[in-house]
Design a protein around this ligand. Structure first.
Ligand code: ADP
Ligand code: MG
Length: 308
């Protein structure tokens, strides 16, 4: 088996009439509908940095695509196409089979099409570049939060970081938290529905504290969030109450939930959206004219993840 038979067997499954040329030529050629802008983003997952050597191929594939879909969700974009650059130390057919089945399954769930990539020999790493579409001028940005807007967070946070901590110290953790670590659910549907409601949005990958700070910085504002308002699962709440380790929720990262700001006039719509989508949206604080992030009820400095 060589790289071309790998591509044929595991990474060629496309059908979408907008793809004029997909896997197989030097580049993909895609026809874009008028009235839309292209939204594009790339993320790399590296063994030893983003996942451990014993993570199964299915989870690696899932997470590599899910974290990219999460970036599109944060912009409010509709996922459409992706490319995959896969580097692996050797050809392992059962690994490739498991990887491609999982990748394809998530891709079909979100109607995103694999249009090309690169296959190389080297340390295990997966780079996915996603492309989505957004109605002209409608992308949700980090730079448009306004003083007086409320800050919201979807679902619960801290679960993935808690699971990772438990695994690292050889302790048990519930399947719920483990799933949040290995199978984060990209909030694509929520993101699409927040367009026109949220004034700014970001996906929480490095922890609420750091990622909300990106919004504040870009928007030239500050925020006060209340530690008691953070949405925590029962397992994480028990852990935090026992240890006082609020940093798993504030700075643990790997949440892939959305953090967004909403003006007063849009709150009724948000409430209806919450009911319609059946996802918990929690108000955690407010945007202030005074710059900087204040976490009321908590004074410790947490360490957020930084690569360098
Ligand atoms: P080139 O040398 O012109 O870059 P490659 O030999 O790398 O072309 O790839 C051949 C074709 O297969 C290209 O269309 C490329 O986009 C696609 N491809 C390569 N690797 C992958 C992959 N892992 N997943 C999907 N498509 C891939
Ligand atoms: Mg190539």
């Amino acid at each position: 088996m060589n790289e071309f038979s790998i591509i044929d067997k595991y990474f060629s499954w496309n059908t979408d009439s907008s793809i004029k040329v997909g896997v197989g030529d030097d580049s993909a050629v895609i026809e874009i509908e008028s009235g839309y802008q292209i939204v594009t983003s790339v993320d790399t997952l590296i063994e030893g940095v983003h996942f451990s050597a014993d993570t199964c191929a299915a989870d690696i594939a899932y997470k590599s695509l899910a974290v990219n879909l999460s970036d599109l969700a944060a912009m409010g974009a509709l996922p459409r196409y992706f490319t995959l650059a896969l580097s692996m130390p050797q050809i392992n057919e059962s690994w490739l089979h498991e990887f491609s089945i999982s990748l394809k399954s998530l891709a079909l769930d979100y109607h995103i099409n694999l249009v090309g990539g690169d296959t190389t020999k080297g340390p295990l790493s997966v780079t996915i570049n996603v492309t989505g579409l957004i109605e002209n001028g409608k992308a949700m940005l980090r730079s448009s939060a306004n003083a007086g807007d409320s800050v919201f967070v979807s679902n619960t946070i801290g679960d993935a970081a808690y699971a990772w901590k438990q695994i690292k110290s050889n302790k048990a953790c519930g399947i719920g938290a483990l799933n949040r670590l290995n199978r984060p659910e990209p909030r694509v549907h929520l993101g699409r529905n927040l367009v026109g409601i949220a004034s700014s949005c970001i996906d929480i990958s490095d922890g609420l504290e750091q990622d909300l700070s990106h919004i504040l910085h870009s928007s030239n504002v500050g925020a006060i969030i209340d530690i008691d308002c953070l949405p925590l699962s029962v397992e994480v709440r028990d852990y935090v109450q026992m240890t006082g380790d609020w940093c798993v929720a504030l700075a643990g990262g790997d949440d892939y939930e959305l953090c967004f700001s909403v003006g007063k006039g849009q709150k009724k719509k948000l409430n209806e959206l919450q009911k319609g989508l059946g996802i918990k949206l929690t108000e955690v604080g407010i945007i202030t004219p005074k710059k900087g992030l204040v976490v009321s009820g908590f004074s410790t400095k947490c360490k957020s993840y930084k690569h360098f």
